[in-house]
Design a protein around this ligand. Structure first.
Ligand SMILES: [Zn+2]
Length: 456
């Protein structure tokens, strides 16, 4: 009964909620460009004022970069934290936008109404879904059913340099039972999703050196070792014919899918022909005994991201190069240990190195995968709330990319992260003409109201 009143309040307040979002979208808070420093500050001020208006004691907290917005609301029940970010991506190339990215509008499209403007989906529209749910709840009941902390960042699109130090310095203040993170999407456009598996990332740069200097291939070709040939042989050996990665012990700690998750994923309307067809491909190229969804979400990868050496300019130069270089990265899952993999990878490369060659390595990042503990009853409760709102079973999904914030909540604060979002694949986040469907915004707000009720 009481939830119904909140939901109707959300429905009737939707035009005002959209106006508030448009207001926030007019502030060009591009975090990576120093020219917009004051605008980042203004976006933070806007949120501080809005949350204080809701009775949440909120402050702008300084960092060496853009400020954090932190607010607290006392209350009974569990302690929930909400994370979002108020900064946005740069807008160039500006000429590809159909309108001013910071003069947002509601537009009618063939697929329905959309809110158009930079940040409409990533992440201002998404973060406002939660704030609007709280506003409606408060309007109906006078208070919220839980203790709440708001934690809004202004540097997410520029690498979050202040985030970890801030979380470490304020760990006691930010600790909570569950951290709700709204920066992800729906699984295709109608199925709500909770992201429960995020892959980790490990990067390696390899330099193989043969002769002391570039040589003339007419004079030295055949007799001198060619480091590009050595590099090619090593890189080619990282996968076998079935798409499996050959580094010793690489699959240690890679879990099998639970029967429940396997069944859930089989039920998802994922069409790999379309997914690959969109980029001009047709055949899944990973481990041949795995499904395409497993390849993206729950299996580890090894990809060669760049390879260079010798002469690559116009024309031709018969050079026998002194060096060959490559960048290789790994997406990791489960309990795979990035540092052990780095060691085994480097040993494998060294073992394959012929006489007269030397190798040096550079490391780029090494983060473990994170998996949220879905045994926590809050997950099934939230899943049910989402299913009720969208009228289709919500899915526990993986995410091929890496969302470091989830791991920070787990590792720095010991708080379980829950990633729920309402973005769609065609939102064009980070691209020209970014949009957020009015349906995403509206149902997103309603979803949070239902989740608030389910968790408290
Ligand atoms: Zn984002």
């Amino acid at each position: 009964m009481s939830l119904d009143a909140v939901l109707s309040r959300i429905d009737s307040d939707l035009p005002e909620a959209m106006d508030r979002l448009l207001d926030l979208l007019r502030i060009p808070s591009i975090s990576t460009d120093p020219a917009f420093k004051q605008d980042c500050d203004r976006a933070a001020d806007w949120l501080v004022a809005d949350l204080n208006g809701l009775g949440v004691k909120t402050e702008k907290r300084t960092t060496p970069g853009h400020p954090m917005v932190v607010g607290h609301l006392d209350g009974d029940g569990p302690h929930l934290l909400f994370y979002g970010h108020y900064d946005v991506q740069p807008v160039d190339p500006l000429e590809l936008w159909d309108r001013d990215p910071f003069d947002p509008q509601i537009e009618q499209t063939v697929k329905g109404q959309v809110i158009r403007g930079r940040g409409s989906s990533d992440d201002k529209g998404q973060l406002m879904t939660f704030i609007e749910a709280c506003r409606a709840w408060k309007a109906v009941h006078g208070s919220l059913p839980c203790k709440l902390t708001f934690f809004l960042e202004g540097e997410e699109e520029s690498g979050s340099p202040s985030l970890v130090p801030f979380m470490e310095e304020n760990a006691e203040e930010l600790k909570s039972d569950i951290a709700l993170i709204c920066d992800t999407g729906l699984f295709e456009s109608k199925t709500p999703a909770i992201v429960t598996m995020l892959r980790g990332l490990l990067g390696e740069e390899i330099t193989i050196t043969g002769p002391d200097m570039d040589l003339h291939s007419g004079m030295y070709g055949g007799v001198a070792i060619n480091p590009i040939r050595v590099m090619s042989r090593i890189l080619a050996s990282l996968h076998d014919d079935e798409g499996r990665i050959t580094i010793p012990a690489f699959y240690d700690g890679v879990p099998e899918l639970s029967d429940e998750l396997e069944a859930q994923w089989q039920g998802l309307a994922f069409d790999h022909n379309t997914f690959l067809g969109d980029v001009g491909l047709s055949r899944p190229a990973g481990e041949q005994d795995r499904t395409p969804l497993e390849m993206i979400w729950s299996r580890p990868t090894c990809e060669i991201n760049g390879i260079w050496g010798g002469y690559t300019g116009d024309g031709f130069k018969t050079v026998l190069p002194s060096k060959a270089q490559a960048k290789v990265s790994f997406r990791l899952v489960g309990d795979q240990d990035p540092l052990a993999i780095r060691e085994n990878f480097r040993k494998m490369v060294r073992d394959m190195l012929p006489e007269d060659c030397e190798v040096s390595f550079g490391g780029h990042g090494a983060s473990k995968a994170s998996m949220t503990e879905t045994e926590n009853p809050a997950f099934d409760a939230a899943r049910k709330a989402l299913s009720d709102e969208w009228q289709v079973p919500a899915a526990y999904v993986g995410c091929g990319g890496s969302i470091p914030i989830a791991g920070f909540f787990q590792n720095i604060l010991g708080t379980t992260p829950m990633l729920v979002g309402f973005g769609k694949d065609d939102d064009a986040i980070h691209s020209p003409n970014e949009k957020y469907d009015v349906e995403s915004f509206h149902k997103g707000i309603r979803s949070w109201a239902r989740i608030l009720e389910a968790l408290t």
